[in-house]
Design a protein around this ligand. Structure first.
Ligand SMILES: Cc1ncc(COP(=O)(O)O)c(C=O)c1O
Length: 378
């Protein structure tokens, strides 16, 4: 008997169902009383009046979309302003904004890993770095998580161009990469370092200048940083920061820049407004870190197994994928939105709730969060 073309999809769906791994969309209303610790709006800026006004003004001036690749339809003054100010803020010579952090990671990794090169990639890296490695022409060697000695060993055997790629703050557990050690290893072996600072920008470093800045790597000729505009900066989009020659190289070779419509003006306007706000109110970064530490201490005080946060992500272990799903659903019913990580986002056996510590959370709200987590615990 011949089967219909997509029958295998139903088999996969049944397997997901059996494993308790079904994902689905649910509606998100514009107004809600839910306390949101699921999003990545670390500084509480996404609905800030200056940020939404920045988006609206940019859309009115430049239109609802960028109209095409910036190489085809031209590059606006708004994009140039955002790139200049972002590079200056983080301490890099140059920046290039792209339509997402995902696109920025694909751009950086593929453009910097030509045929014959080696990519040394941390086992805990974000999916977008992993996909960058998959698309790159170079060979990837995955090394154990946060292990500079393993990176040294991998780089030591290679002749030709090489890069090490890592998240600065790992998105699931919220732990930081050993950047200083990794940078030293890269320098010893003449490799470049590509660092995804999606969760560091706006949270780590002086006034939120990011993990590279905090580690003394800002502006280094051998360091390239990718960021997203969709977390601390409350907007959407991504950027690559680094030496001007690397950015020029990306403009000429990065397919997710060349063949993708430029960042939407509204997103560029919102990100620029958020960046200016952060420059004026640098204490927001320290507050996000403080809230994370407080949340962690309260959770551990209640007996939960949590990972000490290095930035603003707080991760709490759940006994199983199914338990994590129910726990998150019960939190939601009790008015608290939390993230739920289970396979394939994390390996089997380490499902967890993921809470994001926002700078604008009050101590009363934190106490409420911990009360709900405790009340609903499996
Ligand atoms: C570590 C990391 N890198 C990259 C991305 C992708 O950024 P974007 O959502 O802007 O595509 C994310 C999350 O979304 C992330 O957590």
């Amino acid at each position: 008997m011949t089967s219909a073309p997509f029958d295998w999809i139903d088999e996969q769906a049944r397997a997901r169902e059996r494993a308790g791994l079904v994902r689905g969309l649910r509606p998100r209303p514009a107004e809600t009383t839910l306390l949101d610790l699921a999003g990545n709006d670390y500084l509480g800026l996404t609905r800030h009046p200056e940020v939404t006004a920045g988006a609206a003004a940019a859309a009115r001036r430049w239109g609802g979309g960028a109209t095409g690749s910036r190489l085809v339809t031209g590059s606006t003054e708004l994009h140039a302003e955002l790139e200049r100010e972002l590079a200056a803020f983080c301490g890099f010579e140059s920046a290039l904004v792209l339509s997402s952090g995902y696109a920025a990671n694909l751009a950086a990794v593929t453009a910097l890993a030509p045929h014959g090169s080696l990519i040394v990639s941390d086992a805990g890296n974000h999916a977008s770095l992993i996909d960058g490695c998959r698309l790159a022409r170079g060979t990837t060697q995955v090394v154990p998580h946060a292990d500079p000695a393993a990176a040294r060993k991998a780089l030591g055997t290679h002749e030709g161009p090489a890069i090490a790629v890592t998240d600065s703050v790992f998105s699931v557990d919220g732990d930081a990469a050993p950047l200083a050690e990794l940078a030293a290893v890269c320098r010893e072996s003449g490799a470049g370092l590509v660092l995804d600072d999606a969760h560091g920008l706006g949270v780590l470093g002086a006034g939120g200048r990011g993990a590279a800045h905090a580690a003394g790597l800002a502006g280094a000729p051998d360091t390239v940083v990718t960021v997203t505009l969709s977390k601390s900066l409350g907007s959407q989009g991504g950027a690559v920061l680094g030496p001007a020659r690397v950015i020029d190289h990306l403009v000429n070779t990065a397919r997710t820049f060349i063949f993708d419509t430029g960042l939407a003006p509204a997103s560029a306007g919102a990100a620029l407004a958020a960046l200016r706000l952060l420059c004026r109110e640098p204490e927001r970064a320290a507050r996000a870190r403080e809230v994370a530490t407080r949340l962690y201490e309260l959770l551990v005080g209640e007996g939960f197994s949590a990972v000490r946060p290095d930035a603003a992500v707080v991760s709490v272990r759940a006994p199983s994928p199914g338990a994590a799903v129910h726990w998150a659903a019960d939190c939601r019913s009790a008015g608290l939105a939390v993230g739920c990580f289970r396979p394939p986002s994390v390996p089997d056996g380490v499902s967890r709730l993921r809470l994001t510590a926002r700078a604008d959370l009050s101590d009363t709200q934190l106490a409420e969060v911990v009360a709900v987590i405790s009340r609903t615990a499996p």
